[in-house]
Design a binder for this molecule. Structure first.
Ligand code: ADP
Ligand code: ZN
Ligand code: ZN
Length: 739
């Protein structure tokens, strides 16, 4: 780009957190010059009658010379975004087709987004000055300053410890400082870490994985596949220790539910450096401090949930994504990024290995591993003595169900309790709309226009149960009066909540504790841990929709019952089968972790279903092979690339009108030479109405990722400018996970 001429002053091209896909020109603040060194700096600018904090994205001549305003301040001495992080965030803005300013805002903790200064991250200690060490005239013997001075006489003491050892130490310290007897000094965080504790000797498979990571030497995607308890975390710990020994930083991403105090304690105890946690339970100020500590290179190990993928890593050495298949890595609003995918992009730009761990890898990741793009490391055995549980499929056709539970299931729960064991009753909950199921033969309503012998697409129940609807093609039909296969009248929408289950179990097994585990009961980060601690090893029942995470070990869990399997078998989401298989394997992994053998029961109307059959006979591998073949035949990811245009409005017609106009714009932008792009819709969203707004969607699908992005690039300016766009709330989701 040619620089500005001598008489046109260069201006700042600022990315602002506003939903407009462009940069904004500003003159630099008085006394500053617009030079390329300012790129990546935060900047305060007037915008309308507000002030916004943006990021300088470029320097150049103004686009127009009319009424250029002046930025009010550049708050940082150094840019917050530089090098790899700046480049990766630019990439993310292009990939998500989102405004760069919103991407920058998403990458910053709230206080930094609001323009607050980068917080102090030093640990501080107090020490005696020479004067204080030799004589301390004028201090009362019984006073706190005197006691503090006595403490410090043995050497510097950090503020954390003072907090524990002396009430009112702050005032005492100030008193000593005023007399010149003591001073505050910054201490490196590393100096305060516990000594590393040794772990178990890695087994040969773990050793192989650890060596493969060490050999990588630069960017390398590695899939570490192993069931829960097979020792994946041990491999992470060794790889992180190697990374620390090379003087580099490690980032570990964990799913929202996986960041338990127990996990952190394990990392802290083993690594011998401070471990910085970053998750939604932290106060904003604390998040900003962790971000700043990483930016300064002080944080050596960062363990965090989804948004931790935006942490600066000036001395990166390793990125780990634990439970890489977990849906919580996908951001569902704002900038709809996928933390695992973005971690891979960053790992490549940083030139460091990216280790993806899972017992049940996503089909995308497995496909990459099978194609040889990722190294595939496996841990086939459970570490220690744990034995795999036995799985039993219970056919519940024609059985009288109570809150979804068959009499045999209730029997089995009772038997496990009387045996002194614990029982987990897990309710699979996929999709929002219930599916119509015949309780006598297992028939379920399928879309005649979207189902093939290999891939069934269910109709979902709508309008108070009277109407059936296909989410893919919009096909509608009345609910049949009797089952078309067996003429039974026992047609029922499938879908029972956990509250009903809890109620029934509490009534039926009065005298045994029944704990419900869901968002409601585990809102607080340690809520679940406390519930479980309360239960201890006593026999009892856990009911929930959430899988217990690492660190929530239940050695006495001897039986797991899964209800609602069928909803996953016949969901309108093409990923439902994958999610169900993952859940079934993960939940089964919770049983029999100790010496006691575990038993897992799957309740279903479809004991012969391919998915259950695959899982039982060939495990997740066999399921994945079949499912990938079907995805390929049907043209679904990872063999096709998707983007979803969503619209919501007070009136369904407004949302539809927008999507129709957007579809026309996408068709207009077609390049006859490019690979085909399929447009499906507009259709009602799986959840057709939320918070009073009607929700519609348009699905874009192409076998070529570049072609999909090229078409979006070509059509989006026109879509933004549509008059219909002003009457609806719309968003674009590239690689959507919930269709
Ligand atoms: P995962 O992360 O795959 O669930 P972990 O790394 O947490 O597995 O290991 C499960 C349990 O087995 C932990 O208690 C761990 O200390 C233990 N463990 C892991 N590797 C070994 C090993 N090589 N020898 C003995 N115990 C091990
Ligand atoms: Zn029937
Ligand atoms: Zn259909």
């Amino acid at each position: 780009m040619p620089g500005p001429g001598p008489d046109i002053p260069a201006c700042l091209q600022v990315a602002l957190p506003v939903p407009l896909p462009r940069l904004f020109d500003y003159l630099p603040p008085e006394s500053e010059r617009a030079t390329p060194a300012l790129v990546g700096h935060r900047v305060r600018v007037p915008f309308g009658n507000r002030e916004l904090v943006g990021v300088v994205a470029g320097i150049g001549p103004p686009g127009t010379d009319a009424g250029l305003r002046r930025a009010s301040a550049l708050p940082d001495a150094e840019p917050l975004f530089a090098g790899e992080l700046l480049d990766s965030l630019r990439w993310l803005a292009r990939y998500t087709h989102a405004p760069l300013g919103e991407v920058f805002a998403t990458a910053l903790p709230a206080p930094l987004r609001a323009g607050e200064p980068l917080p102090d991250t030093h640990a501080w200690a107090w020490t005696l000055t020479e004067a204080g060490a030799t004589g301390r005239d004028g201090l009362r013997k019984a006073g706190r300053p005197h006691r503090l001075a006595a403490l410090l006489a043995a050497g510097p003491v950090d503020e954390d410890r003072l907090e524990h050892e002396l009430d009112g130490w702050r005032e005492a310290a100030r008193a000593l400082a005023r007399r010149g007897y003591a001073e505050r000094i910054a201490v490196p965080a590393v100096a305060r870490a516990p000594a590393p504790a040794p772990g178990p000797e890695p087994n040969p498979e773990q050793r192989e994985a650890i060596d493969a990571i060490a050999r990588a030497g630069g960017f390398a995607p590695l899939l570490l596949e192993g069931v829960t308890g097979s020792g994946k975390t041990e491999v992470y710990l060794h790889a992180i220790a190697d990374c620390l020994a090379r003087g580099r930083q490690a980032l570990v991403l964990v799913p929202e539910i996986g960041l338990t105090p127990q996990t952190l304690a394990r990392f802290r105890a083993r690594l011998g450096v401070p471990v910085h946690a970053l998750h939604s339970g932290l106060a904003d100020g604390e998040r900003a401090r962790v971000w700043a500590a990483a930016w300064r290179g002080e944080a050596r190990v960062i363990v965090g949930t989804r948004s931790a993928v935006f942490i600066p890593l000036p001395e990166a050495g390793l990125i780990v994504v634990d439970e890489e298949h977990d849906a919580s890595y996908k951001q569902q609003d704002g900038i709809r990024y996928h933390a695992r995918d973005f971690a891979l992009v960053r790992g490549k730009a940083l030139g460091v290995p990216v280790l993806l761990g899972s017992a049940t890898p996503s089909l995308e990741t497995l496909h990459n591993a099978q194609a040889g793009r990722y190294a595939h490391l496996r841990l086939r055995r459970r570490a220690g003595e744990a034995r795999p549980p036995a799985v039993r499929v219970l056919d519940v056709r024609k059985r009288p169900l109570q809150a979804g539970l068959a009499p045999e299931t209730l029997e089995a729960i009772g038997a496990a309790l009387r045996d002194g064991g614990q029982v987990l009753v897990f309710k699979n909950r996929r999709g929002y709309a219930p599916v119509l199921l015949c309780h006598d033969c297992g028939w379920s309503a399928q879309c005649p226009r979207c189902s093939t012998p290999a891939q069934s697409t269910p109709l979902t129940v709508h309008a108070g149960g009277g109407r059936l609807l296909c989410h893919h093609c919009g096909h509608r039909q009345a609910k049949p009066l009797a089952c078309p296969d067996c003429a039974s009248l026992a047609l029922q929408p499938q879908g029972i909540g956990t509250e009903r289950l809890e109620e029934l179990l509490a009534e039926r097994f009065a005298g045994w504790p029944v704990l419900r585990i869901d968002r409601g009961t585990t809102q607080r980060r340690d809520g679940l841990a406390r519930l479980l601690a309360e239960l201890g090893d006593r026999p009892g029942i856990l009911v929930g929709t959430q899988i217990l995470a690492k660190g929530h070990d239940l050695p006495n869990l001897t039986r797991v019952v899964v209800v609602g399997v069928d909803e996953g078998l016949f969901s309108s989401d093409f990923r439902a089968g994958e999610k169900l298989a993952q859940q079934l394997i993960q939940v089964a992994g919770r049983a029999g972790r100790a010496q006691r053998a575990g038993e897992v029961w799957w309740q279903t109307h479809h004991p012969e279903h391919r998915l259950l059959h695959d899982l039982i006979n060939g495990g997740y591998d066999s399921f994945a092979r079949d499912e990938l073949a079907q995805r390929e035949a049907a043209g679904f990811p990872p063999f096709a690339h998707l983007a979803l245009l969503r619209a919501e409005a007070q009136q369904a017609e407004a949302a539809t009108a927008f999507l129709r106009a957007a579809k026309a714009a996408l068709l207009d932008a077609a390049d006859p030479a490019a690979p085909a792009l399929d447009l499906h819709g507009p259709l009602t969203a799986p959840m057709p109405r939320r918070a009073g707004l009607y929700r519609m969607q348009l699905l874009l699908s192409s076998p070529s990722r570049p072609a999909l992005h090229a078409r979006l690039d070509a059509a989006l300016p026109a879509i933004h400018a549509l008059p219909e766009a002003r009457r609806t709330r719309w968003s674009l989701d590239v690689d959507p996970v919930d269709l």
